[in-house]
Ligand binder design. Structure first.
Ligand code: SF4
Length: 278
């Protein structure tokens, strides 16, 4: 890593506006949902209390959350230090809110943002290899307007779809602790409660996304079968009359490089989800 001890403001790759890393809320970053006075959660009780709000305000409050000390330190250290290849860019360095249509027919549930992907660009699955795979497939399925998602402010848009992460901060080694997962849960549970009336298909990426989706839909009052259905690629589970959960291998490099997940396999799941959503 290249350490920048001065934290000098650097130009956003799309707009050219200069930002320090992490980016202070409400200072002009594209699609920043927060304002300088957006309430900040400092612990699990705050998260539970502040999650009781509307979708737009939920996005804002998620994006300034500081409830998990280890993850706050990690995401901000990564943002300040940067990867050498991104040394000239500012890093978002804050939690990643859900993104996409506020009334989605398809909901995609992932694990957590990547340290140099979402944590850099401020948008879920944006600026990393997993996102390249996912957005190309979403575009092929008619669920995204562009093939790529590189920077916030690039004009990319999801069509009747929304993406959320179960844990909203980039964790070291992509592994949040159980306490961090549970501290963050009220954010996704509230988001799912708010969008569920529109959702017809949920695509869970990997077993962590699968478990998080089942937990969150159960908390939102949906009929989740017991015992818990097992995750698998292409597995479908009904969570209600008009709601289907679909399992999909995570488009991680580990899965795409080894051929465990092919473009055809990803397309099959997303096209099925789009069909369910009508
Ligand atoms: Fe807040 Fe979730 Fe990030 Fe923890 S992981 S600091 S609860 S947004």
């Amino acid at each position: 890593m290249t350490i920048d001890p001065t934290n000098e403001p650097l130009p956003h790759p799309r707009t050219g506006q200069r930002f320090v890393s992490p980016v202070p809320p409400g200072t002009g970053w594209p699609d920043d949902p927060a304002l300088p006075d957006t309430p900040v959660a400092h612990d699990a009780d705050d998260v539970r209390r502040l999650a009781r709000t509307s979708l737009g305000e939920l996005d804002a409050r998620v994006s300034v959350c500081r409830a998990c000390p280890r993850l706050v330190d990690w995401r901000e250290d990564v943002a300040a230090d940067k990867r050498a290849s991104y040394a000239g860019q500012p890093y978002w360095g804050r939690p990643i809110s859900g993104w996409g249509d506020p009334e989605p027919g398809v909901l995609i549930v992932g694990l957590a943002p990547a340290a140099h992907g979402g944590n850099r660009t401020g948008r879920i699955f944006t600026g990393d290899r997993s996102g390249d795979w996912l957005f190309a497939a979403l575009h092929r399925a008619g669920l995204a307007t562009q093939e790529t998602s590189v920077h916030a402010g690039d004009g990319q848009r999801l069509v009747k779809a929304r993406m959320v992460a179960a844990v909203r901060c980039a964790p070291p080694q992509n592994k949040p602790t159980t306490v961090e997962r549970d501290t963050c849960a009220p954010w996704i549970e509230r988001e799912i409660t708010l969008v569920a009336p529109h959702v017809r298909a949920v695509v869970a990426l990997g077993s962590f996304g699968w478990d998080a989706a089942l937990r969150a839909f159960r908390a939102a009052g949906h009929a989740v079968p017991a015992p818990k259905p097992r995750f698998g690629h292409g597995v479908e589970v009904r969570l209600g009359e008009d709601l289907t959960l679909l399992g999909c291998f995570h488009p991680s490099q580990q899965n795409t490089f080894t051929g465990r997940l092919t473009e055809e396999m990803l397309d099959d799941v997303l096209l099925r989800a789009a069909a369910l959503a009508g």
